[in-house]
Design a protein around this ligand. Structure first.
Ligand code: NAD
Length: 480
């Protein structure tokens, strides 16, 4: 069975303990490779490698640093098929999604940061006629990057690329649930000529390898994407150490459908925003709020389209709904369907585990669920489920839609469907979400700041925000 290796000091190495964890193929429900169960000692080795690489990497002329990052982007494109297949097997997502979203975006992350670093500049300010201030931005040193399982290579590279571009060395840990593409990225970095120690990838558990990265005194900046509970734990460790902290956390995003929307576009995009990647995208709109005047029409059409979604082998061409990422996660999502019923909701369709055939009998598949009849304040409508489960709730007025939308502790993203320009701006203004889409979903421009409000996190990634995050700032004030 294939053993994944850590990538430390430019080499693919086993964990010091020689202990491994099982890596599951969620479509088959069986172990297909082994993951290093790394510990503090492996993280220590990674930090030592990063420390010795830092001076040369941070002082490398920017065009040379940029060229290496662009080379990594090209190699991701060259290995596109292999990476997409690995991501599909590791994660359970349809191969088509991995091919069209995850892997192209991973390449785009390196291409984007490899390019914009060459134009990154700092500021100067004249203080009347008495002084000139100039601001210097330097890499922080070693950045710790920790990512989740839902968009494995995309989110992993989303952190690593800006950290490296800004001149840092990195110690990174992908999710232990989906480690394979990060492992393949190690090989790509070697082929691209990334100097040894600049990027170090340590695999393993969050509670062991992850916490060792967070707590390491020589890692002054942490960029984390994952659950809100984990984010809180990380903040309690990193906060008192005064580390720079970027936390991209959970969401419970509203998808608001006004009566004046383009009905067909709202409907078809809502199917995507509800169930893409089996609903396991932090930006999925899991609470669909529909104006009462079109509620029944929307509900009927939405149910019909949901029932027509093809649940199947992630590797097969026509598959729209693949496997959930793990047995534990499937159980969690199913428990929320049961909770919704206890809370008085009606499951209009789906919500049950599906047993496929041809070797996929033990896979973690479920029918996408649509639930109605719940109060907007109940747990099903307040807690992140992170699976193919949406609730439908009618609203009477704009006021009520905004009240429902803003009622959760999360504030990651929101979608608004309306053809009225003033309404689109007015409602956007009132929503407490870091990202608001009007008449679209998941359209991303890498230059825009990305992140959540409230319990969805602190800090912003994307664009120059990420480059700034990975730098420390000094202002020099010179009397003239
Ligand atoms: P998770 O919090 O369980 O794990 C995320 C990563 O953190 C993993 O690599 C894990 O090993 C590590 N980790 C766990 N405990 C740790 C600890 N104590 N110290 C250090 N590292 C630790 O999240 P998940 O289940 O992998 O991902 C799903 C969650 O991620 C959802 O809540 C989803 O909304 C969120 N998410 C957010 C965004 C965003 O951009 N806001 C994007 C994708 C996913």
């Amino acid at each position: 069975m294939e053993k994944i290796a850590n990538y430390i000091n430019g080499a693919l190495v086993p964990p010091g303990s020689n202990h491994y964890l099982d890596n599951y193929n969620p479509a088959k429900g069986e172990v297909y490779s082994l993951i290093p169960d790394s510990d503090e000692k492996d993280v220590e080795d990674a930090v030592a490698a990063a420390k010795s690489a830092f001076a040369a990497w941070s002082e490398l002329p920017i065009d040379k640093r940029s060229a290496i990052l662009l080379k990594i982007a090209s190699l991701i494109e060259t290995h596109h098929e292999e990476l997409a297949l690995a991501e599909c097997i590791d994660n359970g997502k349809p191969l088509k999604l991995a091919k069209t979203v995850d892997i192209p975006r991973a390449a785009a992350n390196f291409r984007f940061y490899g390019s914009i670093i060459t134009g990154f500049s700092s500021e100067s300010h004249m203080t009347d006629v008495t002084a000139i201030n100039y601001t210097v931005r330097k890499p922080v040193g070693i950045a710790g990057c920790i990512s989740p399982w839902n968009l494995p290579l995309y989110l992993f590279t989303w952190k690593i690329a800006p950290a490296l571009a800004a001149g840092n060395c990195v110690v990174a840990k992908p999710s232990e649930i989906t480690p394979m593409t990060a492992y393949l990225l190690s090989k790509i970095c070697i082929d691209a000529g990334l100097p040894k120690g600049v990027l170090n990838i340590v695999h393993g558990l969050g509670s062991k390898a992850g916490e060792a990265i967070i707590a390491h005194p020589e890692i002054p900046a942490i960029s984390f994407t994952g659950g809100t509970v984990t984010g809180k734990k990380i903040a309690t460790i990193a906060g008192p150490m005064f580390k720079k902290l970027s936390l991209e956390l959970g969401g419970k995003n509203p998808n608001i459908i006004f009566e004046d929307c383009d009905f067909d576009k709202a409907l078809s995009t809502s199917i995507q925003s509800s169930f893409s990647n089996q609903g396991q995208i932090c930006l999925c709109g899991s609470r669909i709020l529909v104006h009462e005047s079109i509620y029944e029409r929307f509900k009927d059409s939405f149910l019909e389209k949901t029932r027509n979604l093809v649940i199947g082998d992630p590797l097969a061409d026509g598959t729209q709904i693949g496997a959930l990422v793990s047995d534990n996660h499937l159980k969690k999502v199913l428990s929320y369907v049961a909770l919704a019923q206890q809370e008085g909701g009606t499951v209009l369709t789906g919500g049950k585990q599906v047993h496929l055939n041809k070797g996929l009998e033990n896979g973690y598949f479920m029918e996408p669920a649509v639930i109605e009849g719940l109060d907007y304040r109940c747990r099903t409508n307040q807690e992140e489920i992170f699976g193919p489960v949406v609730t439908l709730t009618p609203f009477k007025s704009e006021e009520e839609a905004v009240l429902y939308a803003n009622s959760t502790e999360y504030g990651l993203s929101a979608t608004i469907w309306t053809e009225r320009l003033n309404r689109a701006h007015r409602v956007s203004e009132r929503l407490k979400s870091g990202i608001i889409w009007v008449n679209c979903w998941m359209v991303r421009d890498l230059r825009t700041p990305f992140g959540g409000m409230k319990q969805s996190g602190v800090g912003r990634e994307g664009g120059v925000e990420a480059l700034r995050f990975f730098t420390e700032v000094k202002n020099v004030c010179v009397k003239i």
